[in-house]
Design a protein around this ligand. Structure first.
Ligand code: F6P
Ligand code: MG
Length: 444
């Protein structure tokens, strides 16, 4: 289609996509292989010889995968899955049709977004194909470790939350706005702590995030937080004269560990302050991009926070469990989140999910990968509007909370990108910068 820039791809030698496919993805694969190998004894203890055999087979498949990637082989159809094999293979078929030749749909020649998603799906295929270890989460160790390493920061934000909650009834609108903005920023910067950009290397939050917010302010390139606030206020619906009910907020989660805690704290604040009446969380249905949240991670973290040896932390956890039990909070996963599609395809390719999001008054998209999918991971000019880059995607008012880790960024002021490049040539991939970018289909 005219006017739509090409997808980022490793075919551009020297680009971040090229560097990722050439170096970062093989590093991640090697770590996965090491993790499985290191757990050999555990598999033996649990499953005996069968466990050892499964370990060997899984490693064999993963080594083969790494070899396909490194020698730029064509992307192969999937052979096994849980209902999602067909959409993946249809996607591949479409790529082949566009290229006109299966050989050219290879790791270095295809869209980066596609091959990177495909790698995680193939890792999962290798695990699924090998009972009895087929429920093993190859990224679990890193995710749990990153949570434990950010204990102090978790305590700090839970303590802040409980402090706000105690006086919530007495807060003026301005005070409420101030707390809202702080917790939105905490959730934004929580996205720094993903384990994919660091290729699985330890990347946790050590200091109290609340105290660093002022210092981080200059690194926010676009700040639409006031529009997010207004969208919450305008979602309040009158029920009786003088009485309103707040709207529903959906959070499309990104990483487990510290980032997830920041999202839960924000969600708690939205409900306890009456800014939202319901929160729907969306996670991944299998381990994804090293640190993304699965249903297991979600339950695990709430249990850990609840059982913590710190009064305010455990109080928060108990409250979160209660929200879930009462249905004020709920967790969903949908296969679409672990597919390679740009979000502008959602209405056609996952209409049920699109309809679910349409029920929300605000959808928060966490993290870098969601931003890449919102904007199609394309080589957009930096001054193109966020609305243009969304290409018709807009089930509800939405906001991206993202620290920049990939070279796609839209919605900047003329000259802003050039200035950044001259100060900090890797501003788009170093994870130091962030955006809060809002779009509402209602304003069109
Ligand atoms: O390497 C690809 C990538 O999408 C990067 O852009 C980013 O480092 C990471 O994976 C995912 O980041 P996030 O957890 O914020 O989606
Ligand atoms: Mg992630």
């Amino acid at each position: 289609v005219t006017g739509v820039p090409p997808s980022l791809s490793a075919k551009v030698v020297g680009s971040f996509a090229y560097f990722t496919v050439k170096d970062r993805l093989p590093t991640i694969l090697t770590k996965v292989i090491d993790t499985i190998h290191r757990n050999k004894n555990k598999f033996f203890e649990e499953y005996g010889e069968e466990g050892i055999e499964a370990e060997k087979q899984t490693i064999g498949l993963l080594s083969k995968l790494r070899n396909e990637l490194q020698t730029d082989k064509p992307v192969l159809p999937l052979t096994y899955g849980r209902q999602d094999t067909e959409p993946w293979n249809q996607y591949l078929q479409r790529q082949v049709e566009v290229q006109g030749d299966p050989e050219s749909v290879s790791w270095f020649k295809s869209p980066w977004l596609y091959v990177e998603c495909y790698m995680y799906r193939r890792i999962q295929e290798a695990v699924w194909l090998n009972p009895p270890i087929n429920d093993y989460d190859v990224f679990n160790e890193g995710k749990t470790q990153s949570f434990f390493e950010s204990q102090q920061a978790v305590i700090a934000i839970c303590t802040y939350l409980e402090g706000v909650r105690k006086h919530i009834e007495e807060l003026s609108k301005n005070e409420l706005l101030e707390h809202f903005r702080k917790l939105l920023l905490v959730s934004l910067w929580g996205n720094k702590c993903d384990l994919s950009i660091s290729a699985g290397k330890e990347n946790s939050q050590k200091t109290s995030p609340i105290d660093s917010l002022n210092d981080l302010e200059p690194f926010i390139l676009v700040d639409d937080s006031n529009m997010v606030w207004s969208s919450l206020l305008s979602a309040q619906k009158p029920v009786q004269p003088g009485k309103t009910t707040p709207g529903r907020v959906d959070i499309v989660l990104d990483n487990a560990g510290f980032e997830l805690v920041t999202d839960l704290v924000l969600a708690d604040f939205l409900v306890s302050s009456g800014l939202a009446c319901e929160i729907h969380f969306h996670g991944k249905s299998f381990p994804w991009f090293v640190s993304d949240v699965t249903a297991n991670d979600f339950q695990w973290i709430i249990r850990k926070v609840m059982a913590a040896n710190h009064m305010w932390m455990s109080k928060s956890g108990v409250q979160w469990q209660r929200y879930l039990k009462e249905g004020v909070w709920c967790y969903h996963d949908h296969p679409f989140w672990t597919q390679p599609h740009e979000f502008c395809d959602m209405a056609a390719d996952a209409p049920d999910l699109y309809a679910t999001l349409q029920q929300a008054d605000l959808v928060l998209f966490k993290g870098d990968l969601n931003y890449r999918k919102l904007t199609g991971d394309r080589d957009w000019d930096h001054t193109v509007g966020f609305d243009t880059a969304l290409r018709g995607f807009g089930p509800a008012p939405l906001c991206s909370l993202r620290t920049l880790k990939a070279n796609v960024q839209v919605g900047l002021q003329p000259g802003q990108a050039d200035k950044l490049t001259s100060q900090d040539p890797d501003w788009m991939t170093c994870g130091k910068y962030a955006v809060i970018q809002f779009y509402s289909p209602k304003s069109e």
